[in-house]
Design a protein around this ligand. Structure first.
Ligand SMILES: [Zn+2]
Length: 154
């Protein structure tokens, strides 16, 4: 269940820095499965733990519109200078869309389910999803970055 926030309203959990993930037991796997279900139910391409009311540093991202990867303790370690302007929405801000400039390419450091470090590079729309989801883990929303006057109801 996603906690929607009203236009312009502030949701405390969405505005809190998420804490690093340590546990990777059955409960955590179940949490990821539940988040995945919520994401698909809402036709999203990504979802972050704060969106389901938990300030843990984990999100899911749908890559190439087919593979869901868990972003555990994920951070952007490199970003291209080149930026791309694109339309963005958020499951926590239903019905709103805005134009946001994002890095065209990002390199993300994260951990897999075994706790091993993984470094992956993303481009284009995948890079946009990464930036949006990792922002959630750092208490940021796309409306903070949107070009002035572009956030509108669809
Ligand atoms: Zn979002």
């Amino acid at each position: 269940m996603i906690i929607p926030i009203e236009k312009g309203a502030e949701n405390k959990i969405l505005r809190t820095q998420s804490k690093p993930i340590k546990a990777r037991g059955k409960k955590f796997i179940k949490f990821l499965r539940d988040m995945e279900e919520t994401m698909y139910d809402a036709n999203g391409v990504g979802i972050a733990a704060p969106q389901v009311g938990v300030n843990d540093h984990v999100a899911l991202a749908l890559i190439d519109n087919k593979t869901v990867i868990p972003l555990i303790n994920a951070e952007i370690i490199e970003a291209s200078e080149a930026m791309v302007l694109g339309e963005e929405g958020c499951l926590s801000l239903p019905g709103l869309w805005g134009k946001v400039k994002r890095h065209k390419e990002v390199t993300v450091k994260m951990e897999n389910l075994k706790g091993e470090e993984v470094i992956l590079k993303f481009t284009g729309f995948n890079a946009r999803v990464m930036q949006h989801e990792i922002d959630h883990l750092n208490a940021k929303l796309y409306i903070d970055r949107a070009e002035p006057g572009t956030v509108k109801e669809a």
